[in-house]
Design a binder for this molecule. Structure first.
Ligand SMILES: [Zn+2]
Length: 415
């Protein structure tokens, strides 16, 4: 016997300017978004968007004069932030205290309009637990694509061990495989570009992960590692701080996505700010990383490499918790502004934190753009980000899977 169904609930974000992020720079004014449950039903002029839906079943939210964009992505985050160079600061931190910082940073991101994150490594596999807590509705937070603890990838040796480790990580429930395939700024020994893996090891990881339909993200600094990762079929290359045109060409040829983290080399650049408290080797490394990174980003976009926005870890602010910032500005906004300063339009930059980031997580069939049928992650802004990307800080409301999230708790790290 059919019981009487509950009346379906609709939300209509009505009369705003919609920036779908399907193509760079597109915007439709006086447009409305009809949402049912967690999905976008239709987008268009109010009457057209409503179609035959009975208005009495619709909660109408007036967003006239405002701008609707897809939920933003941080394509490279560490929720606990306790990866190098912060490891020592958090030495001896217990798993539960670590988790508290992860939750705080995750929720700060959500309140800033970042509804999805690609978590590229977190101690204690905290990102896996937090992802599940958000998914099951126990906690408010962004959608997390988790890699778990990635320190295994610096220890594994030989094709067989890499394969076994990938299978273990997959069993633990990771959404992608992250490889730490070269040194980095916090490496005291060798150069920051020093390759840690052999071509055969990276190939084994990519083949194994792809068998399970999981993407592979490779932390790679210089030409040697970038080229190995690209030719092995890695889905995304992270950083590329010290690569030359050789590495850029390898990415372009292989069709790998590139997550540059421009704000990292901007904020850590010793030429930009007084980092006198840092060790000499650390300053040398960050100077080396900053030297040609942004120029190589410009080359990458000129060669048509698809870019993904990611923040990674920035210099610590006054508080050890919360969202990453540079001089008080949300890291992701700084990242997109740096992309614009280096040759992208605002619309193109916006795509790196929406459509392209969803593609990096292989979920662009349901996330990353505002289109009928997609998951209703919507950020409503008070100003037009296509005119000025700082509008991304003027958040009116954040809709996560069709529901508004609470904006009452402050996101101010300086608090
Ligand atoms: Zn990272």
């Amino acid at each position: 016997m059919a019981s009487s169904e509950r009346e379906p609930e609709y939300v209509l974000l009505s009369g705003g300017s919609v920036i779908p992020c399907v193509r760079p720079g597109d915007m439709v004014s006086e447009s409305s978004i009809l949402i049912r449950g967690d999905r976008i039903v239709s987008i268009g002029q109010r009457e057209a968007a409503l179609g035959s839906v009975d208005p009495s079943r619709v909660r109408e939210v007036d967003v006239r004069g405002k701008f609707c964009i897809p939920g933003l992505w941080d394509g490279h985050i560490h929720l606990g932030a306790s990866v190098p160079p912060f490891e020592r600061e958090f030495h001896g931190e217990t798993a539960d205290l670590h988790m508290i910082r992860c939750i705080r940073k995750a929720q700060d991101n959500l309140r800033s309009g970042i509804t999805s994150v690609r978590s590229l490594g977190d101690p204690y596999e905290a990102d896996l637990a937090l992802r599940d807590a958000v998914e099951s509705g126990q906690l408010e937070g962004p959608r997390i694509f988790a890699s778990g603890d990635v320190s295994w990838s610096r220890r594994a040796a030989g094709v067989d061990e890499f394969k076994r480790e990938v299978r273990r990580v997959i069993q633990s429930g990771a959404d992608q495989i992250k490889l730490m395939s070269s040194g980095g700024i916090p490496w005291r020994t060798k150069s920051i570009s020093y390759p840690l893996h052999a071509q055969s090891e990276i190939e084994a990881v990519v083949q194994e992960a792809h068998t399970w339909d999981l993407p592979v993200a490779v932390h790679a600094m210089g030409d040697e590692t970038v080229t190995m990762a690209a030719s092995a079929g890695a889905d995304t290359i992270e950083h590329g701080f010290t690569m030359t045109s050789v590495g850029v060409e390898a990415m372009a040829q292989a069709g790998a996505l590139y997550c540059p983290n421009l704000a990292v080399t901007h904020a850590w650049d010793p030429a930009r700010q007084d980092r006198s408290a840092d060790a000499a080797w650390f300053k040398r490394n960050s100077g080396e990383a900053a030297a040609s990174h942004h120029a190589m980003f410009r080359l990458a976009i000129s060669m048509g490499v698809t870019i993904v926005a990611g923040v990674d870890n920035l210099p610590p602010g006054p508080s050890p918790v919360g969202i990453e910032k540079v001089d008080g500005e949300v890291g992701l906004i700084v990242e997109l502004k740096l992309m614009q300063q280096n040759g992208m339009s605002a619309g193109e930059a916006l795509l790196t934190a929406t459509r392209n980031a969803a593609a990096a997580a292989r979920v662009d069939d349901r996330l990353g753009t505002l289109e009928a049928g997609k998951i209703a992650d919507v950020v409503v802004l008070d100003a037009n980000p296509l005119e000025d990307l700082t509008a991304l800080a003027k958040v009116d409301s954040v809709w996560f899977q069709g529901s508004p999230i609470g904006l009452s708790v402050g996101t101010d790290r300086e608090g």
